[in-house]
Write a protein that binds this ligand. Structure first.
Ligand SMILES: [Zn+2]
Length: 545
């Protein structure tokens, strides 16, 4: 493999220093050198973390335990202070859940007669509260999109009490109309459209269960994707904090059409009604009845966190949090290559955070900085969600979260991805950080698939902390055509055993992303005030509380 010309990472340019004055602490009168991320340790951490010895850093597996041990020892070696009292570890209690369809008798009941529907093919379900046994006898209520969004002036529930009911919902969010072209983000997916939101809202409303109606268009993937992650496989969820509703599941579109028809309703007409603000929930003359059984096991996982204390007597009480998920898919199967090394996803981000921490300790900023390696991202952002539920630093004193997930292994770029930063003052700060490295912010397409909701920064955003993931640029400084070829080739390795480290990789792109993230973190850490959300952003509400 040919290497791309390495990119010289410059210190913050003078123009940035003027916009956001950066004074390194400890240097009386003068300015100490700014932290410069080094390629060699980044490469070394990456090579080790993605090696077969660590067995793909699986959740609930030995490789994951070894990773945690490595990270806490490296955090100590770098000189980070433990973030959890005297410990670098934060316990994350996880439950592994597998529905036992054969032992379950759950059925969809219309006027006392069971609708023919078999588990897997026609619908799937699982206990959202990680309990092994449930007896359910609850009425079904159709709640449209199941959205309560005050800033959009939208409420599908309209005060309808769904306590003790099983709600049935569409996924995605209301489509833009001629009169309201920008409602719910226009064509982009808002968090109200994600199935995770639907389940969370069902829990807040006190429902016993929540069933989502699958269509290819609304989910942006086929039913087989749902089936593959619900039927006969172990699903992981948090076994701490707020439990979900006892029943969670999906219906195929065909099953939903048959159910509504049997109950005397036209689903398509109801779906059309649900596109309107004046939609009201519709109680179906139908029930979910029977026993749901599941195998449940508890697994203790750990986030790892260390701190570089700030130097300003007041601002040191506030913190900038850098995150990267340490987990990947671990060891699976029994023949051939069984190790999902996850070199790019996310040994790269994990290694980058270590390399950043090693430099950050040498020149602390005014605010404190936390380096946080989170567990179980691949299982649904579980480690970061657990952190947000029990933060090691108060969230209202957390200035920002900058997340790294899957770094650029190809070579240095002219641009850098900062999608989501525009929601907060971090957007302007990111521009300054890019300028300081003679880079530009990558142009973004509308976020149709909801990328902002799919990595660990989102657990912070949901809790009101300005947050986003720094992503690779796409204008390479080397041979662009070759770079694009390499990128396309990696797409075939995404979440496959072939996501492996290659010693011929240039570290220039990764180093650049790590440097950008550290420089941006420093701008945030030294700024007079913490960044704020843009007015009207859905996630700013949590900050205001
Ligand atoms: Zn990842």
């Amino acid at each position: 493999m040919k290497k791309f010309p390495s990119f010289v990472v410059s210190a913050l340019a003078a123009s940035v220093a003027l916009a956001f004055p950066v004074h390194a602490a400890g240097a009386k009168g003068g300015k100490a050198a700014l932290p410069q991320v080094q390629e060699a340790p980044l490469r070394a951490h990456l090579a080790f973390l993605s090696s077969d010895l660590l067995e793909g850093r699986g959740t609930g597996q030995r490789g994951g335990d070894l990773t945690v041990s490595y990270l806490e020892n490296q955090a100590m070696a770098a000189g980070l202070k433990p973030a959890n009292g005297s410990s670098y570890r934060q316990l994350v209690k996880i439950a592994g859940i597998k529905t036992d369809a054969a032992a379950s008798s759950l059925r969809l009941d219309v006027n006392g007669a069971a609708l023919p529907a078999s588990f897997g093919k026609d619908w799937v379900y699982s206990p959202g509260d990680a309990q092994p046994a449930h007896s359910i006898n609850a009425e079904l209520v159709f709640v449209g999109y199941g959205i309560s969004a005050s800033e959009e002036g939208w409420d599908d529930y309209k005060g309808h009490d769904v306590k003790g009911k099983v709600i049935v919902m569409m996924v995605n969010d209301p489509m833009p109309t001629a009169e309201a072209p920008n409602r719910f983000g226009g064509k982009a997916l808002t968090y109200y459209g994600r199935w995770t939101y639907k389940f969370e809202e069902a829990q807040r409303k006190g429902a016993v269960g929540a069933l989502l109606i699958h269509t290819d268009a609304s989910a942006s993937y086929g039913y087989s994707v749902v089936k593959n992650s619900w039927d006969g496989v172990e699903r992981f969820q948090l076994a701490q904090g707020t439990p979900g509703t006892p029943l969670q599941g999906w219906l195929t579109n065909e099953t939903a059409l048959a159910l509504f028809k049997a109950a005397g309703h036209d689903l398509d007409a109801l779906r059309a009604a649900a596109e309107r603000k004046d939609f009201r929930p519709v109680a179906l003359k139908a029930k979910v009845v029977g026993d749901m059984k599941a195998e449940v096991r508890k697994v203790d996982q750990f986030n790892v966190a260390g701190v570089v204390p700030g130097t300003d007597p007041k601002l040191k009480n506030e913190v900038v949090v850098y995150t990267a998920h340490w987990d990947h898919l671990g060891k699976q199967g029994s023949s051939g290559d069984t190790i999902y090394n996850g070199a790019v996803d996310n040994a790269s981000g994990t290694a980058a955070l270590l390399a950043m921490a090693q430099e950050a300790v040498k020149a602390p900023a005014k605010r404190s900085q936390m380096f946080l390696w989170v567990a179980a991202e691949e299982q649904g952002l579980l480690g970061s969600a657990a952190y947000a539920e029990a933060p090691l630093w108060p969230l209202d004193k957390t200035a920002a979260n900058l997340n790294l997930d899957s770094l650029n292994w190809i070579g240095a770029t002219r641009d850098i991805g900062t999608a989501g930063s525009e929601r907060t003052d971090l957007g302007k700060m990111a521009e300054a950080a890019a300028k300081g490295l003679k880079m530009v912010i990558a142009k973004e397409k509308p976020d149709l698939a909801g990328g902002y909701f799919r990595s660990d920064h989102f657990s912070f955003a949901k809790a009101g902390v300005p947050a986003f993931s720094i992503t690779s640029g796409s204008e390479f400084l080397g041979d662009q055509a070759r770079a694009e070829q390499m990128r396309a080739a990696y797409r075939k390795s995404y979440h496959q055993v072939s996501d492996e480290y290659d010693p011929s990789w240039s570290m220039a792109g990764m180093t650049q992303m790590a440097q950008f993230t550290l420089n941006l973190g420093r701008i945030v850490a030294d700024a007079p005030a913490m960044p704020e959300w843009k007015a009207g952003d859905a996630f700013g509400k949590a900050r205001a509380k």
